[in-house]
Design a protein around this ligand. Structure first.
Ligand code: SF4
Ligand code: MG
Length: 325
């Protein structure tokens, strides 16, 4: 089947000023990323903060234009779609529901805003739609006349989900949707997102810095490092057999319940590199326990692996590291 969401060779470069007197320098947040999502798939996009995953989310939502490359929704270029059609296809859920919900508006006003912006229905039908969507996300209709400050973090995230779903989108971009919540509430919201996906056949791009969070929901996982997708695989395959040294390190930090116990991962403990001055060759080499001289000078290419790919010299038959591995 044709992908519902597709990125083709997307590049995003910003001009960043360092300090008051600094000359602007280019920062490439997304470096030639291609991704494709089939209907009802959940792609988990994982990486540390600063890797470019939120930039990718903004590009997918049409909030930022790529410097080059294409974004296709249902096979149609994102830029060519009208705003109403786009809002019906793709909606966001962001990390911090408190800052994304207007504190002066009632819950009913917040949830119905997309309908009012796009002039869908009259006041009565909008109210009815709010009532129905509150039920879908597990909130009682009496919260309609309350305000965000009167709600718990979990309830506010349910409101944000309701606001996204009231447009009946096909695709939902979830950017760290549970990171601001307590662990017990996190799993409730993850379960809710899973149920909604089954009920409405939703397609998710699920962005997180935490591999454990995407494991339950994602059908595939893409691991991002300094603007590149360095590995993509079926979820079970990635957890059973992580190939990229960075994926292995991320997985190890998930599996080690307390930092300091188990195998210490001093390499990854190093600070994340500054994206303005990315390392030469393989950008992961300063933190990689398996790096060689070749890694410092030559960037690895994506190498196909069953159902996905990995970008590391260790897997590339044409490089000398393959012989040594
Ligand atoms: Fe490590 Fe080299 Fe592979 Fe990069 S290419 S991940 S530095 S082994
Ligand atoms: Mg982010």
């Amino acid at each position: 089947t044709a992908p519902v969401l597709e990125l083709r060779n997307v590049v995003k470069t910003y001009s960043v000023k360092q300090g008051l007197m600094g000359r602007p320098k280019p920062l490439t947040a997304v470096k030639d990323v291609s991704l494709s999502l089939g209907r009802s798939e959940v792609l988990g996009l994982v990486g540390e903060s600063g890797c470019g995953k939120s930039t990718l989310a903004k590009i997918l939502l049409g909030l930022e234009a790529p410097t080059s490359g294409e974004v296709l929704v249902d096979g149609e270029a994102l830029g060519a779609q009208d705003r109403l059609k786009l809002a019906r296809r793709i909606q966001p859920i962001f990390q911090d529901p408190y800052s994304s919900l207007n504190p002066r508006k009632s819950i009913a006003d917040i949830i119905s805003l997309p309908l009012r912006v796009h002039g869908i229905g009259d006041a009565a039908s909008q109210k009815q739609a709010v009532r129905e969507i509150l039920d879908v996300v597990g909130l009682p209709s009496r919260v309609m006349n309350t305000y965000p400050s009167q709600m718990s973090g979990g309830q506010r995230q349910r409101v944000a989900i309701a606001r996204a779903l009231i447009m009946k989108p096909e695709i939902v971009i979830c950017d760290e949707p549970t990171s601001a919540l307590d662990v017990s509430v996190q799993s409730q919201i993850l379960n809710l997102l899973g149920e909604l996906r089954r009920e409405f056949g939703l397609t998710y791009l699920f962005i997180s810095h935490n591999l454990a969070v995407v494991e339950h929901l994602a059908t595939r996982v893409a691991v991002m490092y300094l603007g590149r997708i360095v590995e993509e695989a079926e979820t079970g395959d990635l957890f059973d057999n992580p190939r990229h040294p960075y994926s292995r390190a991320l997985l190890k930090s998930v599996l080690t319940p307390e930092p300091g116990l188990g195998v210490p991962d001093t390499q990854l403990g190093m600070a994340y590199p500054n994206p303005i001055n990315p390392p030469s060759g393989c950008a992961f080499h300063p933190r990689c326990p398996l790096a060689t001289e070749l890694c410092k000078t030559r960037a690895p290419r994506p190498v196909p692996q069953d159902g996905g790919f990995v970008e590391c010299h260790l897997y590339d038959r044409e490089t000398e590291m393959f012989e040594q591995a």
